[in-house]
Design a protein around this ligand. Structure first.
Ligand code: SIN
Length: 274
């Protein structure tokens, strides 16, 4: 098995591994912990084998809003048909930050990908935190942010293409709000990571709306810098596994007219502290 770092900030590519092989799991676990994002190339696995791999990292977290695979209710489908415009996850985000116990990671298996395009970009929230000035870091200390699923998956989205096409459902279940520190201590690495994101964070507690919007937008501009990124170009069969506490991600929507179809399994996490 070869493990090659993708950038200085985060990510590694793993070649020659088989997620079904027990002896490969310890090295995969170590790479996940070291790099935050791993792409394991060329995995020919069934949905049951996808779930069995995920279960070695924790309990499965069943996503309430994504259309599930008909045969496997705990596998979410991530699909864009050739005629659809909107790609799931095209805004920078952190999966499940609206939950009080946010999911630890997501494991995406590429079933069908466009010949060109449809990459996923990740941004390291530890590298982004490290790059802040000491003054700014001390200003963030003790701040908490509120995250919500309501605006993203609730009734206000009923006319969206995601809901109309059946890719998202259960608007009535979009009732989760959660508060987390703006800077968390990563449960595996111990590194400090920025933990606010453009999709699900709604405000910073104790600040006026102007202050909160200003601070969040400044952090978002900072975290979007390519210095903190790695980018995965997919081939069918690849698995990408990312740690939601360590990074943001964004699906690049540049393949209109082509189909992209993935299976996603999400693994439960733990409460996050500063
Ligand atoms: C997601 O946000 O979970 C999907 C990312 C992708 O499709 O690349």
């Amino acid at each position: 098995m070869q493990i090659k770092p993708l950038t200085r900030a985060l990510g590694a590519e793993i070649i020659g591994a088989d997620v079904r092989r027990a002896e490969d799991i310890p090295a995969i676990k170590q790479a996940f912990s070291d790099y935050g994002v791993i792409v394991i190339r060329q995995q020919s696995i069934t949905p049951d084998e996808h779930l069995a791999f995920a279960q070695q990292f924790g309990e499965i977290n069943v996503n309430r809003f994504f259309k599930a695979l008909d045969t496997h209710p705990s596998i979410a489908t991530v699909l864009k048909e050739p005629e659809q415009k909107y790609a799931i996850g095209e805004e920078w985000h952190t999966d499940h930050s609206y939950d009080q116990i946010p999911a630890m990671g997501s494991i995406l298996h590429a079933i069908e990908v466009p010949e060109v395009g449809g990459d996923t970009v990740f941004s390291s929230m530890a590298a982004a935190y490290d790059a802040l000035s000491a003054r700014f870091k001390s200003m963030l200390e003790g701040l908490y942010a509120v995250h919500s699923s309501r605006h993203a998956f609730g009734y206000s989205t009923q006319d969206s293409e995601g809901v109309q096409s059946g890719r998202f459902a259960n608007m009535d279940q979009a009732t989760q709000d959660a508060r987390h520190p703006v800077v968390i201590r990563h449960p595996l690495s111990g590194r400090q990571c920025i933990y606010v994101n453009p999709d699900f964070t709604v405000s910073i507690e104790g600040l006026t709306k102007t202050e909160s919007d200003g601070l969040l937008n400044m952090l978002y501009e900072h975290c979007k810098q390519p210095d903190f990124h790695c980018r995965i170009s997919w081939r069918a069969g690849d698995i990408t596994f990312w740690d939601n506490r360590a990074c943001w991600h964004k699906a690049i929507n540049d393949y209109d007219g082509f189909r992209r179809y993935m299976h996603r399994v999400t693994v439960e996490g733990c409460a996050l502290g500063a």
